[in-house]
Ligand binder design. Structure first.
Ligand code: EPU
Length: 427
């Protein structure tokens, strides 16, 4: 196990390249199954969730060739299994996308039920509702969820809640179903549009992605293609917070400024200067941080995955901020860590009230989940002195080379191996 040792208090300055979007990659990789052919996928982020997805594809029988660190050729012609192994499906919550893709191509798919979660309950009833509308049945045995259909045909789904995962899974299952599928009240995140573009590149007929109704005309077969994944909105937003919290000046490359708008608007309101270019964005802060009111919502609202990072930032604002979590039931678990750094935060249910303080103090910190872990790193970069962040395995699920990228921006951060006996004593 590793921890990060961070000596904070320095402004971060320079350039950073943003990688491909995790939440697009973890759907597009399973989607290659539908091609039954060769796909070249570029701009894959080098993170453990992507490695787990590739490993699942390989176990199912796909042929995988690494072309470069961020480009893989995936040949799904000879996939001969429809069951994702328990161990791999539990490594990553997004393994549920294999259900939609395997069901779409083979009429059957099996993965372990997505495990207990640290953001609150994560039901998949809306995924199953969509599969049922297409003619599939599901069953759960020994923690395995199995979906199967004799014949998939187009259906009409009105989602009870706006769900990224259910929208994408329904798209995966519907592209090869016979007839037309209409999905209403769908998610509109940039990664929904990216998946639709990828499916259409493979020969699918998907319309309306990015609006709240998606229409899919089923086609008989799909084919391989070359595709480059969009940049990661949340990784980019995290480096924007790194500039904002350290009074730095960072230029982000390989971003789509339009995707960043909900985040850019809030950071400007907090007192940052943001300049937008074609595929780059520069953010700096010289003055004081202003407090904010923000509520997380489905796209184009403020993204929930930025919530812990913004809360960390607002601990240093001059005044009282109110952050409301509108997606997950339990996404403030990390607040205790910030309080140990001297932050003044009260949480009541889904609402955090943050009284800004003049400085954060270094502390031993835990990454309670992926985005909370990134928020700890940003808080530690702002605190004058040495902090340590534990359980970094969560962070590396979603941030490629975070230590190296921060070092290039001038951060004093390093990975330190925790000796095995120290880990067992601590557990
Ligand atoms: N929901 C249901 N039933 C369902 C599905 C979802 O009630 O069948 C509820 C959830 O409990 C939640 C809300 O709907 O309250 C939204 O959940 P959604 O399905 O949109 O989330 P997800 O697809 O499981 C993805 C991202 C999350 C991100 C959310 C919201 C991936 C792999 N994960 O999760 O990302 O927070 O959308 O934008 O795409 C992260 O990257 O750190 C992360 C947690």
């Amino acid at each position: 196990m590793e921890k990060y040792v961070i000596r904070g208090g320095k402004p971060l300055v320079g350039d950073v390249n943003i990688g491909g979007a995790k939440n697009a990659a973890v759907a597009i990789l399973p989607a290659t199954i539908l091609a039954g052919g060769k796909c070249l996928i570029e701009n894959l982020p080098c993170i453990s969730d992507v490695m787990a997805s590739l490993q699942i594809l390989s176990e199912l029988g796909a042929n995988i060739r690494m072309v470069s660190r961020s480009t893989y050729e995936i040949d799904t012609t000879h996939i001969d299994s429809t069951e994702v192994s328990n161990e791999l499906s539990r490594q990553m919550r997004a393994s549920y996308y294999f259900l939609g893709a395997l069901l779409g191509r083979f009429g059957s798919g099996q993965v372990a039920m997505p495990g207990g979660c640290n953001l609150g309950p994560r039901p998949i009833d809306q995924h199953l509702k969509a599969f049922t509308a297409l003619g599939a049945q599901d069953s759960v045995e020994y923690g395995q969820i199995h979906v199967r259909a004799e014949h998939l045909s187009g259906g009409h789904v009105f989602f009870d809640t706006v769900s990224v995962g259910a929208t994408m899974n329904a798209m995966l299952a519907a592209v090869l179903a016979e007839g037309t599928t209409v999905l209403e009240n769908v998610a509109r995140e940039p990664h929904i549009v990216d998946l639709a573009n990828f499916l259409n590149m493979m020969g699918a007929d998907v319309h309306g992605a990015g609006t709240d109704v998606i229409k899919i005309h089923g086609v008989k077969s799909l084919h391989g293609c070359n595709y480059s994944i969009i940049p990661d909105q949340i990784e980019a937003g995290s480096y924007m917070v790194a500039a904002a919290i350290t009074k730095g000046d960072i230029t982000l490359h390989n971003v789509i400024p339009k995707h960043m708008e909900p985040i850019t608007a809030k950071l400007r309101a907090a007192g940052c200067t943001v300049e937008e270019f074609d595929d780059a964005l520069r953010i700096s802060r010289t003055g004081e941080l202003r407090p904010l009111k923000l509520k997380t919502m489905p796209h184009p609202g403020f993204p929930t995955d930025m919530q812990p990072l913004m809360t960390a930032l607002l601990t240093l604002a001059n005044g009282t901020s109110i952050v409301t979590e509108g997606i997950w039931e339990n996404r403030f678990r990390y607040v205790d860590e910030l309080i140990r750094m001297g932050a003044n935060i009260q949480v009541d249910g889904q609402v955090a009230v943050i009284e800004g303080v003049s400085a954060l103090h270094p502390a031993p910190l835990r990454a309670t989940d992926l985005r909370a872990g990134a928020a700890m790193v940003m808080a530690a970069l702002a605190a004058d002195g040495t902090s340590e962040v534990d359980e970094t395995i969560h962070i590396e699920r979603g941030y490629e080379n975070i230590v190296e990228k921060l070092q290039l921006l001038g951060a004093d951060i390093r990975r330190v191996e925790i000796p095995a006996n120290a880990v067992s004593r601590a557990m």
